[in-house]
Design a protein around this ligand. Structure first.
Ligand code: HEM
Length: 428
């Protein structure tokens, strides 16, 4: 079977951070791929070839088959050839994973590590932290209302709230949050010249790896001190769970320990911020929608789920084939690398009626922004709860909201979303 090859411009767009920063043209390319070559190989000069998976059904099929589609073999996030080679040279066993967290693990390690914290993130347990989250939401709302009728909702509001929540649950004190925010943005959005450490465009792979190394060393040092503290004086937080956890009767090795902290500390805020800001943008553009959801007794679930589909903050993850497997009519060969493009899957015409319409009333919203299967987002219930509570606390306090300037998106292939959302609002 001959592998279908994507047209050069589609292949180039899906690896280009700038394309995700201005994503209407990107959506057109992805729609073309879904219709004409839903599973086809992207060939680019700087990257090893990979299958671009654009349809919802194919991403589901791959995600539900971790035996054949592994996370640990190749990078889980798109990395160019030189970057992977440098990362392999810099990591134990040349595995190329600068961080080894749940995301980079496969069976049997993956489930053992996941189970250490999974119950913390289940809806039943989250009820315990709900009041605390509401308190943080209220403080966030008061801060926004104090800004005098205009703000950059992405920067001034959405960027802080989920960070405060996850840091509270993790056990990181409020004074260290700016450091965590900066580190996460560097880790996830490091291709965006406005967000990376040096504030200049990253021009070489060496530069990118050096910056990541620096960021990871900073995180590791920080969490080593936290671990020592929680071993000496345990508390009711996730840091205590991680610091004192054992796998097969032994304490977690240092690399996996810092990987665990890093994934919990970073996975949950830029993502949730992006969906929160995306929800606000749609409300600011549509007064009828705003009126409906500012009613105290309005059910926010449909709004939240649709905002998550609409924004799809995690834009892709990669998988590596462990065997020859047929998916979507194509034969994937052992060793092949695949990009699960969630941005595309969440606009798939075969999975969603009218996918380019923001519709909080979708009957069965099967959005796949949290992934699917063994690695499905650990924090999905927390993300939904945070967004719901903020909307419950914020919307009834506003009389009106409208855009006050051009929104702008992060230029990143991995975690994307609004970095600027200027709005004007009246307090109720
Ligand atoms: C994994 C998206 C919020 C923690 C993932 C994955 C996606 C994702 C796509 C990979 C799923 C897969 O491979 O099938 C999102 C989005 C969020 C969000 C869109 C917000 C709207 C959170 C929050 C946390 C979190 C609040 C809290 C700690 C994690 C962790 C993993 C993960 C630990 C790794 C799970 C594993 O590999 O077993 N997330 N996430 N995420 N997420 Fe989230």
């Amino acid at each position: 079977m001959i592998k279908p090859i994507l047209p050069g411009e589609v292949a180039a767009a899906v690896v280009d951070p700038v394309a995700y920063g201005h994503w209407d043209p990107l959506h057109e390319q992805l729609a073309w791929a879904r219709a004409n070559a839903p599973l086809a190989v992207a060939e680019n000069p700087d990257h090893d070839p990979f299958w671009l998976v654009t349809r919802h059904a194919d991403i589901m099929a791959i995600s539900r088959d971790p035996q054949n589609f592994a996370n640990g073999i190749r990078p889980t996030v798109l990395t160019n050839r030189d970057g992977e080679a440098l990362a392999r040279a810099a990591t134990p066993n040349n595995d190329g994973h600068l961080i080894r967290s749940l995301v980079q693990m496969d069976a049997p390690d993956h489930m053992k590590y996941r189970l250490l914290t999974q119950s913390w993130f289940m809806p039943k347990n989250l009820k315990i932290v709900e009041e605390r989250v509401r308190q943080i939401a209220r403080e966030t709302v008061e801060h926004m209302l104090s800004l005098g009728g205009e703000c950059d909702f992405a920067r001034d509001v959405a960027a802080h709230y989920p960070l405060r929540v996850i840091m509270d649950i993790l056990g990181v004190p409020a004074e260290d949050e700016p450091r965590m925010l900066m580190l996460t943005q560097q880790l996830f959005g490091s291709t965006d010249p406005e967000l990376n450490r040096s504030r200049e465009a990253i021009t070489s792979v060496e530069q990118a790896i050096a910056m990541l190394d620096y960021v990871i060393a900073d995180f590791t040092q920080y969490f080593a001190a936290l671990t020592a503290d929680r071993r000496a004086s345990p508390r009711e937080d996730i840091a205590t769970v991680i610091a004192n956890a054992t796998i097969n009767g032994e304490q977690i090795p240092d690399r996996e320990m810092s990987g665990y902290y890093m994934i919990v500390a970073t996975a949950g805020h830029d993502t949730t911020s992006a969906s929160t800001a995306g929800a606000m943008m749609e409300l600011a553009k549509n007064p009828a929608l705003f009126e409906r959801f500012r009613a105290v007794d309005s059910d926010k679930a449909g709004l939240i789920e649709e905002a998550i589909r609409w924004t799809t903050p995690v834009q892709h993850f990669m998988r590596s084939a462990k065997a020859d497997v047929e998916v979507g009519g194509q034969m994937i060969r052992e060793g092949d690398w695949l990009m699960l493009n969630y941005v595309s899957a969440n606009r798939d015409e075969t999975a969603f009626a009218d996918p380019f319409t923001f519709d909080p009333d979708r009957e069965k919203n099967q959005q796949i922004a949290f992934g699917f299967g063994a690695h499905v987002c650990l924090g999905q219930h927390l993300a939904r709860m945070e967004m719901r509570i903020l909307m419950e606390e914020l919307l009834p306090r506003l009389k009106s909201v409208e855009l006050a300037g051009e929104p702008a998106r992060v230029e990143s292939v991995f975690v994307g979303g609004l970095k600027r959302l200027p709005i004007r609002f009246e307090v109720a």
